[in-house]
Design a protein around this ligand. Structure first.
Ligand code: AMP
Length: 459
């Protein structure tokens, strides 16, 4: 338990903390505030509720100089709701600093009033990447004096296709600034972004409370090679897996297993290195946006997958080595929820299981499995369906444009729209399966960004 008073904070900030009743720091605050206040870049793994907003809020308020009328701190958030929440929290912390000007700039709001309130740059802007980028481009906002850039819920911003907007924003602001990156999860993509935008960041990870620690339940089943297809289908239906990753050791097998699952009514796709890059991207998009329920992949191909925690991972073939096995099962088990990792092993593959057991240092949880022959086809559909738009970044198409077209004229609810991925020449949007046809009709009848683009369903 560390008191805020141990930090070199402005008296006005300490006074606000007292008013708010925050006496001691949360673990994320205790670890991130000292390096942040020293001016270091920080990458912190922090969930909502960890006190992350106050952590970066205090740090940026400490940095700004109210007498200088320039934009000095920029906070980027994935959604308007989060931006509003963050703005409120920062205003409370700034309550005792006179004349701090903070502005919230989000997409989906009319531009006019925002432009009107930008006659003078505020000290702090909290906003969504697309809209902030637009203001910087129009020069209604000036980034030359920015000292602190915060990327809040960076993983969600990447999911929502904001990577390019963020890069563009960074190109438009002061070269020397501190970058604070907060993310609930650490997919490889976040590390890549951190490497690109941060300098020697101090890494902060806080052990999740015990009840939140990812729990992985492992099961090993011995099966004959010929039983594997039936065993897999049975396990997948038993686990009601809407989102499962199946590993095979060989590319050829990946195709065969995906086809077999498809024949049995699962929405399954194959992913391996022999595929064209575009097809691979498409498969990754469809699995990540939940319009494909089962992904069958080789270990190498699965590296492209940035979903950190899946409810079910199956080794259709036991991994050749224990390290690969550990990597596979690490794909499941999300904070607070149990993930299931199932391994099928033929009698001949037993020595590989023995190696895994040796590394684990505990007996493997072998379970009997009674494999019943196939009962024909039962549909196991994914919750979403993907629509492809034949336009992308080259056409200046952004996720917000697609969202706008669907929620505006097309009359869909934002909750029925899933992940949006924009590539150079095409874009993918996931829609709740039941509404996919409606969305397709509306997109075909209407316009996106005032233009007609070809739209088609996938799968
Ligand atoms: P956040 O993780 O930023 O969404 O914050 C979670 C909640 O914790 C917010 O309601 C804050 O007001 C509150 N909070 C943040 N820091 C502290 C603290 N040091 N002591 C008590 N409450 C806090």
């Amino acid at each position: 338990m560390t008191a805020f008073s141990t930090l070199p904070l402005k008296p006005a900030l300490l006074a606000s903390l007292e008013t708010l009743g925050y006496a001691t720091m949360t673990p994320v605050q205790a670890q991130s505030l000292p390096p942040m206040l020293e001016g270091h870049d920080v990458i912190a793994q922090a969930q909502t509720g960890s006190g992350k907003t106050a952590a970066f809020g205090l740090s940026l308020l400490q940095s700004i100089d109210v007498d200088t009328i320039r934009l000095q701190a920029l906070v980027l958030c994935p959604t308007r709701e989060l931006a509003d929440q963050v703005s409120k929290a920062i205003r409370k912390l700034a309550a005792n600093i006179p004349n701090v000007k903070l502005l919230t700039l989000c997409g989906g709001m009319p531009l006019g009033p925002q432009l009107a309130s930008l006659t003078h740059d505020p000290h702090i802007v909290v906003g969504t990447p697309g809209r902030v980028q637009e203001h910087l481009k129009r020069e209604s906002l000036h980034g030359g004096g920015i000292k602190v850039l915060v990327l809040d819920e960076a993983d969600r911003m990447l999911d929502m296709g904001f990577t390019e907007a963020i890069d563009d924003i960074i190109g438009r602001i002061a070269k020397h600034h501190q970058t604070l990156l907060f993310s609930a999860t650490y997919p490889d993509e976040i590390r890549t972004v951190s490497q690109r935008v941060q300098k020697h960041p101090v890494e902060v990870t806080v052990d999740a409370p015990v009840h939140q620690q990812p729990a992985i339940e492992q099961r090993f089943h011995e099966v004959e090679p010929a039983q594997k297809p039936d065993a897999l289908a049975q396990l997948l239906s038993g686990a009601h897996a809407e989102h499962a990753l199946v590993f095979c050791n060989m590319r050829r097998e990946v195709d065969a297993v995906a086809q077999e699952l498809d024949r049995r009514g699962f929405s399954a796709l194959a992913l391996h290195g022999d595929m064209e890059q575009r097809d691979r991207d498409e498969v990754l998009v469809r699995f990540a946006n939940r319009s494909c329920a089962v992904l069958v992949a080789t270990d190498v191909a699965a590296r492209g997958l940035d979903i950190v925690a899946l409810p079910l991972v199956v080794s259709y073939d036991i991994a050749h080595d224990p390290e690969t096995h550990t990597h596979r099962i690490g794909r499941t088990g999300r904070a607070g929820q149990t993930g299931l990792a199932i391994t099928l092993c033929t009698p001949r593959e037993r020595p590989k299981a023995a190696n895994i057991e040796e590394l684990a240092g505990t007996p493997l949880p072998w379970r009997p499995l009674k494999v019943a022959p196939s009962r024909g086809k039962t549909l196991h559909l994914a919750p979403m369906k993907t629509l492809v738009i034949d336009a992308g970044r080259q056409d200046k198409l952004r996720p917000g444009d697609i969202l706008g077209a669907l929620t505006g004229d097309a009359g869909l609810d934002a909750k029925d729209i899933g992940k949006i991925d924009v590539f150079a020449t095409r874009a993918y949007v996931a829609i709740s399966r039941a509404l996919a046809n409606k969305a397709l009709e509306r997109l075909r009848a209407g316009k996106i960004k005032g233009r007609n683009f070809r739209v088609r369903p996938l799968g």
